[in-house]
Design a protein around this ligand. Structure first.
Ligand SMILES: Cc1cc2nc3c(=O)[nH]c(=O)nc-3n(C[C@H](O)[C@H](O)[C@H](O)COP(=O)(O)O)c2cc1C
Length: 367
């Protein structure tokens, strides 16, 4: 099997990378400098999930990647309105609901969750402008058209996530360079910002094809793409690249906790579901005790990102104890197809499988 020399699309031409494969940004640990650099050195686009990083940490992480590779870097931020501060009784009820889970791990639940709940977005954007990544993408809401123009004027490609056609049209009107079409299969947080997340559970195939047909911008397919056949299918639908999160979670260089990695292979019957219970925003992960409990009982939640901060010590303790019952096991619907290998081997394997899938299609067409 010969690895294709390169797979040329709009995105590979713009970035000068060999393969139209983006390792998804994954905030909160998985996207280490080693992972991003290994992906870049292998000819795909490596991404840092910097949503929860203060400007100093953003700089440190980008510099750490740049020390390991000259490849282009993609960084990702969350854009969300500041939530209304919860009342004392709302805060107490939400923290009380978490107490049994904290107790199961042998630690005390926080008595209070105080601001700041997330880094200041303006400061993050200024840091991003100074760092000049090849690509800056946003999840959830959008930067202003002015900020997008400022980033683009500095040669930074700007991308935004869309989970439905209205969102894609909106981000197109703001002047971004390309759209990341996040299908219902996708692991991690839903990007939905127009309408209810429940109404935007559109499969990757239908969403990508709709956005390719209805929008004039290049479209990246995200959600459920786990191998080279998925890459070939996405390109056949008209996507200019794929963004893959779950497939990169268990690779050696990923900073996901070992319990999270193991869950991909051990909890094969559990399936995934959408929950707001970890962060206050809907996200897809493997079912576990935490999700079940939050779904069955009256379970008061704080808004994103306050709930995220309220569960942070729980998730940190669970990771330390290797207890997957209380971790946010973010994963897409295709997680049972995940493979443990080095990141560069995964990129090479994806290219080989793409080649194989394309040949099989050609053979099928010829009869
Ligand atoms: C563990 C995990 C963390 C994620 N974190 C982010 C993030 O910080 N920013 C973002 O834009 N998308 C994030 N995503 C979503 C990905 O960008 C992408 O939509 C998704 O991984 C595609 O589906 P797949 O997981 O089936 O490949 C995350 C996904 C996973 C699995």
């Amino acid at each position: 099997m010969s690895v294709p020399h390169s797979i040329r699309t709009w995105l590979t031409e713009r970035l000068g990378v060999r393969y139209p494969i983006i390792q998804a940004p994954m905030a909160g640990g998985p996207t280490t400098a080693e992972l991003v650099a290994a992906v870049g050195n292998a000819g795909a686009l490596g991404s840092l999930g910097l949503a929860y990083a203060e400007p100093a940490a953003m700089r440190a992480q980008v510099e750490a990647v740049r020390a390991l590779t000259p490849a282009p870097i993609h960084i990702n931020l969350f854009v969300e309105n500041a939530p209304a501060p919860p009342s004392t009784s709302q805060m107490r009820a939400a923290l009380a609901a978490l107490e049994p889970m904290y107790a199961a791990l042998g630690i005390a639940a926080p008595r209070q969750t105080d601001a700041p709940f997330a880094p200041d977005l303006d400061a993050q954007v200024q840091a991003a402008i100074a760092l000049r990544p090849a690509v800056l993408s946003t999840h959830f809401r959008q930067l202003t058209a002015g900020t997008i123009a400022e980033l683009r004027a500095r040669n930074i490609l700007v991308a935004a996530c869309a989970t439905n056609l209205a969102e894609a049209r909106h981000v197109e009107s703001l002047g971004v360079d390309f759209i990341i079409a996040q299908g219902a299969e996708a692991g991690g947080h839903r990007g939905t910002f127009i309408g209810a997340a429940e109404d935007s559970m559109i499969g990757t195939m239908a969403l990508v094809r709709t956005l390719v047909r209805e929008c004039s911008l290049p479209v990246v397919a995200a959600g459920g793409i786990m191998d080279g056949a998925g890459l070939a299918a996405a390109l056949a639908l008209g996507a200019c690249a794929v963004q893959m999160g779950t497939a990169f979670l268990p690779v050696e260089e990923s900073g996901a906790s070992e319990a999270h990695k193991q869950a991909l292979f051990e909890r094969t019957d559990a399936g995934t579901t959408i929950t707001r219970a970890f962060s206050g925003r809907p996200a897809r992960g493997i079912r576990n005790a935490f999700i079940e409990r939050a779904a069955t009982e009256h379970f008061p939640l704080l808004p994103f990102p306050i709930q995220n901060k309220a569960t942070a010590p729980l998730r940190a303790a669970a990771a330390k104890q290797g207890n997957a019952d209380f971790l946010s096991l973010w994963a897409g619907q295709g997680y049972t197809l995940a493979r443990r290998m080095r990141a560069a081997d995964l990129v090479r394997t994806l290219a080989e499988e793409y080649d194989e899938a394309s040949q099989a299609l050609l053979r099928a067409m010829r009869g």
